[in-house]
Structure formats: C-alpha cells, structure tokens
Design a protein around this ligand. Sequence first.
Ligand code: ATP
Length: 206
Amino acid sequence: MLRVGLTGGIGAGKSTVSALLAAHGAVVIDYDRLAREIVEPGRPALAVIAARFGDGVIGADGTLDRPALGSIVFGDPEALSDLNGITHPAIRDLAAEREASAGPDAIVVHDNPLLVEMGADAHCDVVVVVDVPVEVQVDRLVTIRGMSADEARARIAAQAPRDTRTGAADLVIDNTGPEGELARIVGGVWDELASVAAARREPDGD
Ligand code: ATP
C-alpha cells in the first residue's frame, strides 16, 4: 500500500484533484466526510463535545449544532484546542479503519485539509500539496463560492500559511492554470505514484 497525503488551502482545488486521483484508481479517504461522521448522533465524540461545551451545541434533533459550536471556539484558541483534542483522534481512528479495508496494492489518498496542521504528513509516504497564490484562492472563493473577499481572506488566514504547506510537500501541484491543465498534471502525478507503489512491491523494495 502507498499512503498519500493530499492537502491544500481552502478553494485551492484539493477536492478536484482528489476526484481526478479517484478516477485513476486511488482509494480516497475524505477527511471532511470523516469529520462529519464522527459527530453523528450516537457517536462517542458527540457526547464528549456536549460534555465539554454544553448541551447548547446539540440541536433539537440530536445533531451537532455547528454554528453554535463554531461561535464558541471561534477566536478562543483553548476551546479550539479542546475541540481538536476530541475530534482529531476520532478522525484518525476512522481513517485507519478505512485504510485497513483497502487492498495491499492500493494507493490510498488521505484527502485532508488539515494534513499539515494535524502533523499527519509525517505518517505519509508521499505528501501532495495543491497550491495557488492567495489572490487566486480569494478570487475563486469569491466568484465560485459567493464569499465576500473579507470572508475568504479570514478563512485563508485561519489555515496554515501557504509556505508551511508547500514546505511539507513531496509534490506540489500548481493549480493556477485552467482545470484541463490540472487534469494533465494530475495524470502525471498518478503515474509517479503508481511507479513508487510498483517499486515498493518489488522484492527488494521497502
Ligand atoms: P475546500 O478546501 O474548500 O474544500 P478545495 O481545495 O477542495 O476547497 P475545490 O472544491 O476542488 O477546492 O475547488 C474550488 C472550486 O474551484 C471548485 O468549484 C472547482 O471546480 C474550482 N476549480 C478547481 N480548480 C480550478 C481551476 N484550475 N480553474 C478554475 N476553477 C477551478
């Protein structure tokens, strides 16, 4: 198995790359989805969150009230750190479960916006970062997602800086060009990943 970490700043194109890699045959583990799964009603993490932050973060239907929780942790580093201390281990465990069910020859892509922030890049065989200049990020968030430029900048500022992410990368995908160009670049990245995976399967590989 080859464990690939995939990350990128908000709106940089990570999900687009992830979908392209899946089309080539990668087994993709989507951490945004895991983050939602671990707080579904009945999951232990939801009860721990309610115990720490109060029943006000649970809606009338028993699901997590994300805006209520967001307003508690936004701008409060200690509260955010407590929340991460509850969610990150649960996400890691679920990811490990999903990875264990992939075949031994699989190329498993951990599609994780917080790969670097969680320190999970250290556990990957190959770290791929989708990168665009901040101005391109802002432009796409404004034109495609309908955010205000201020909101886009605030969300970008809440993430690890661009250099920190690219500094952790084995491969940087420049997504400044059109989507067709991205598909071509990802095709090349897939070929590289496949050849690394094949080399590891050789009797002399590690
Ligand atoms: P988030 O971190 O918010 O999930 P993301 O990094 O996964 O974002 P995507 O959802 O892949 O980003 O891309 C953001 C938007 O930009 C999407 O609507 C996508 O179709 C579009 N997009 C991706 N790449 C390009 C490109 N090269 N040119 C123009 N638009 C693009």
